[in-house]
Design a protein around this ligand. Sequence first.
Ligand code: A3P
Length: 410
Amino acid sequence: MAFSPVLADPLSRSIFKKFAVMLCSLLTTLYFLHSLTDRCSTMPSPVRASDQVAGLFASDLHDLRSVRRKRLLQKWISKPGAIYRQADRQATRYGGAMFAGSESLREEHGGDDGALRVELSLPGSVSNLDILTRDVDMRTGSPGKLSPLGEGTKKLPQAIIIGVKKGGTRALLEFLRVHPDIRAVGAEPHFFDRNYDNGLEWYRDLMPKTLEGQITMEKTPSYFVTREAPARISAMSRDTKVIVVVRDPVTRAISDYTQTLSKKPDIPSFESLTFKNRTTGLIDTSWSAIQIGIYAKHLDNWLQYFPMEQILFVSGERLISDPAGELGRVQDFLGLKRIITDKHFYFNQTKGFPCLKKAEGSSKPHCLGKTKGRVHPNIDPEVVQRLRDFYRPFNMKFYQMTGRIFGWDD
Ligand code: A3P
């Protein structure tokens, strides 16, 4: 090997080697210090006692940032080789990757819309990946790494939307999910009616992870009419808050029928299903479309286990005409700051319903899917009138019990 004349003698070579090693160490130290300074500038300020309720009462800029961080933390999960963004938590699997929470498309079978929106980005192709990673750093203190396990813990729901089917339960849940302190499973777990034997751990495992101060929620509209549901929910926790979206029982029955018709076009007409005997005018109360609308009867069952203060009734009609107003009541009931306001909604003329200006986890406007807000078939007005007469006494009883006049009999 040829050496320059200066490095020819062993002493010069040894001095040069030492110099090179020192230079390398110096450069490494400088690089390390530079990275450290960079990280420090993104570290969070010390945790204050009030941060424990930061999510609940996000009243200043710090708190709002904390709320945003919570959201980001829970929306991003890592998988070797790819970063998946869960824009809508209604998917369990996509491209073979397991998502946090097991919110699946199952609810499509339950008659709900199972919209799936997932954005997949490969590392390097995501311009905001760096910003995102910083957000994660700020909370976890592990710079530059996304937690492979996700953040928070799975908890049993503290609040449940128990009904009623076709009342507007999906709209309520979608709207509530905009709140940074609500985390909800997208699909209907049907735990307290169909899957109770699977046990509470199975149920808990379906829930999304939550951070301190966040409320876990689910919705399964059949609970309201399930005899065993109140006792079972009370056994899980007597403090569970339950929410019922109620709608004019006649319109609700027609909506229910419309949904069945969309799946089974050969079923008999609404008019013929309504009566046990059309000539005598005897209503078939065993038909679930009719049965579900006898709200006073079902409520009686719930009151055996839950005090009225733990049950909130949302008007399905007002959820359409004044979503922010109804959402305000729900946020109060859940002890949350009123973060969801009129600013979150716009009326979509084409859909004919209020929609979100920005859906949770997205910056785009979001209306409910096509299975929500279906066109109902025309029903014989005489049959509609007969049903109105049938429901009137039950409605009156229900107004009395709840202390709210829903205006279905005006
Ligand atoms: P229709 O499809 O009969 O109109 P659920 O989610 O409990 O199954 O209720 C479905 C009903 O929610 C729909 O019944 C619709 O009237 C009502 N709804 C309330 N707000 C809505 C919204 N913003 N978009 C679409 N449908 C909404």
